[in-house]
Each structure stands twice: as structure tokens, then as C-alpha cells.
Write a new protein. Structure first.
Ligand code: ATP
Ligand code: MG
Length: 290
């Protein structure tokens, strides 16, 4: 029964489901768990309020370096709020208040000594709707590096970031065209190139494919896997197949009776999608609610 829905979930790579059921695959998953991996972000009893409304309750979570972590859960359960707490984007909303700690490489990012602008260079963000600046493709990538004081060869940097974002071949002959003239999928890759230009450690992505067609979506997923060699990625997604295909770890959130978002299960994606500990995770990923 479970293999049937996992099979669907992991399409178009159903072989994974079959292999996962074998003892060898289980051993492989265990060895991944034992691999030397380090925490890049850690939340400690994190709470986020909007006014008096508690949107995210007591989240304790460790994001592993050079891995892709997916945050899943029904609408309104606090996924975006949690994601935004990782680079203090909630600070930009006057009603929001954050309690608890978020450690980046062991340092509390909510400490008053931390400059949020410098923090957001280390922890970049890609949004649901591609949002290039109304400037040239070149400037979209060069701008951030320049304002952060980049002193090297800007042309080379722009090329490298566009290559890493798998966009170079499509735009190399029209770098002075407006970024807004690109297709949606190209615009999203341009936004990823823009984030890369300031050499972040972590890239946050809030439903980055929800406005893209399936081909552009697969393109971004491929790119994420490439980027995970050098960066840590945290992605919010409503697409269970995407979470299962692309992420190494999955965090499942739900709302409690007061509509506060809680982390109800967190672990390796292979395990969470095949043998969830919490019945509510299974109900959600099999589509019984949400
Ligand atoms: N700026 C805000 N002011 C007040 N309440 C907010 C604000 N942003 C979010 N909320 C509330 O906080 C809760 C969590 O919202 P959030 O956007 O984090 O959920 P989500 O899981 O990302 O939902 P979705 O899947 O629909 O994007 C919701 O109840 C929402 O209405
Ligand atoms: Mg959201």
C-alpha cells in the first residue's frame, strides 16, 4: 500500500521506491545519517508573533550544511514565517516579534550586534514570484556584489553566477536586456544568480516553482541539487513530489488548536516519506488533508 503512493510521489523515478524497500537501501540511508554533517542553522524554542497572534510555536530545528531541507505543511501553518525567521525578514513586518534563538554557525542572528543587511548576504532568499530588478540581466547580478564591496572582475563574477544558475547559455548574448524580458523560469534562475553573486552560505526558497510550468520546475530542481554541493538550501513547497524528489531532509509543520504553527516531525526525507513517525504526517503526504 505504502509503496503504491510512494511510487506515485516519486514519479518519474519510481525505482527509488523499490530500492528503498530493500535492506541495502535502508543501510544506505542509515549511512547518510551517520555521515559527518554539520549544523549551519539551529533554532532554539523559536516563537514568532504577529501582534498578539502566535504564528510559530517553539520550533527546535537543525538545518544541515550542504543539504536541501524541505518545509511542508498545510496553508497557514507558518512555513513562510519560519523560513523568514532564518534571515530576519520578519523584522521588516512591524507587527512581528521573534522570541527564542536562531543560531547561524553558532551565533545568534537576533543578537542586537548583528547587522540584518550583512546577515541577509549570508542567508539569501528567493521568492515565490520571480522578482528581478527592472534593470539589465547583467546589473541584476552585478548590483548586489557591487554594493557589498566586491573588488574583483565583475564581468567574470556575473558569468560565473549565471553559469551556476544554469542561465548563461540562454542569456550570454543579451546581457544588457531587461531582466523582466525573460520567461518566468529564466527570471527565477536570474534571481538565483543574483543571490549567488554575494556568496551566501544558505539560500532560502519560498515556493520558488509555484508560478512555473513543469519543465521550468524540473530545471530549478536540477539546479538546486547542483547548488547543494556548495550551499545549504531550505525550500518551502506545497508540492509533495518536489519535496520527495529534491530534499535530503523534510520538516513537517501543522497548526495546533490555536492556529499556531508547530514542527510535528523532522528527519531524512526518505524516512519521513516512507515511514513517518506521526500519523498526521502520513495523512498529509498521502493527501488526506491539507
Ligand atoms: N504579515 C502578517 N501579519 C499578520 N499575520 C500574518 C502575517 N503573515 C502571516 N500571518 C499569519 O501567520 C500564520 C502563518 O502564515 P505563513 O504565511 O507563515 O503560513 P504558510 O504556512 O507559509 O502558508 P501558505 O502555505 O499559505 O503560504 C497565518 O495564520 C497567517 O495569517
Ligand atoms: Mg507561505
Amino acid at each position: 500500500m505504502r509503496e503504491t503512493w510512494l511510487h506515485t510521489l516519486r514519479a518519474p523515478a519510481p525505482a527509488v521506491a523499490v530500492r528503498l524497500a530493500s535492506p541495502e537501501a535502508h543501510a544506505a540511508v542509515q549511512s547518510l545519517a551517520a555521515a559527518p554533517e554539520s549544523a549551519v542553522l539551529t533554532t532554539q524554542d523559536l516563537r514568532v508573533y504577529y501582534g498578539s497572534f502566535l504564528a510559530v510555536r517553539d520550533v527546535n530545528l537543525t538545518i544541515v550544511r550542504n543539504r536541501i531541507t524541505a518545509i511542508i505543511g498545510p496553508s497557514g501553518c507558518g512555513k513562510s514565517t519560519l523560513l523568514r525567521s532564518f534571515n530576519r525578514m520578519n523584522d521588516l513586518l512591524p507587527s512581528s516579534r521573534t522570541v527564542g534563538r536562531v543560531l547561524l554557525d553558532g551565533q545568534d542572528i537576533y543578537d542586537p550586534s548583528v547587522d540584518p543587511v550583512a546577515l541577509r548576504r549570508r542567508v539569501g532568499m528567493v521568492f515565490q514570484k520571480p522578482n528581478p530588478f527592472p534593470k539589465s540581466i547583467y546589473e541584476n547580478v552585478a548590483w548586489g556584489a557591487r554594493i557589498h564591496g566586491y573588488r574583483g572582475d565583475l564581468d567574470a563574477l556575473v558569468e560565473e553566477c549565471l553559469r551556476r544558475a544554469a542561465l548563461w547559455d540562454e542569456v550570454k548574448d543579451k546581457l544588457d536586456q531587461n531582466g523582466l524580458s525573460l520567461s518566468g523560469g529564466q527570471q527565477q534562475r536570474l534571481c538565483i544568480a543574483r543571490v549567488l553573486s554575494v556568496a551566501p552560505e544558505v539560500i532560502l526558497m519560498d515556493e520558488p516553482c509555484s508560478s512555473l510550468d513543469p519543465i521550468a520546475t524540473l530545471r530549478i530542481e536540477e539546479l538546486m541539487r547542483e547548488l547543494a554541493r556548495d550551499y545549504t538550501i531550505v525550500i518551502v513547497t506545497h508540492n509533495m513530489q518536489q519535496a520527495a524528489r529534491v530534499s535530503h531532509y523534510t520538516a513537517m509543520m501543522l497548526m495546533d488548536a490555536d492556529r499556531a504553527g508547530e514542527l510535528i516531525e523532522y528527519g531524512e526525507t526518505n524516512i519521513l516519506f516512507t515511514r513517518p513517525r506521526d500519523r498526521r504526517t502520513e495523512d498529509y503526504i498521502t493527501g488526506r488533508f491539507g
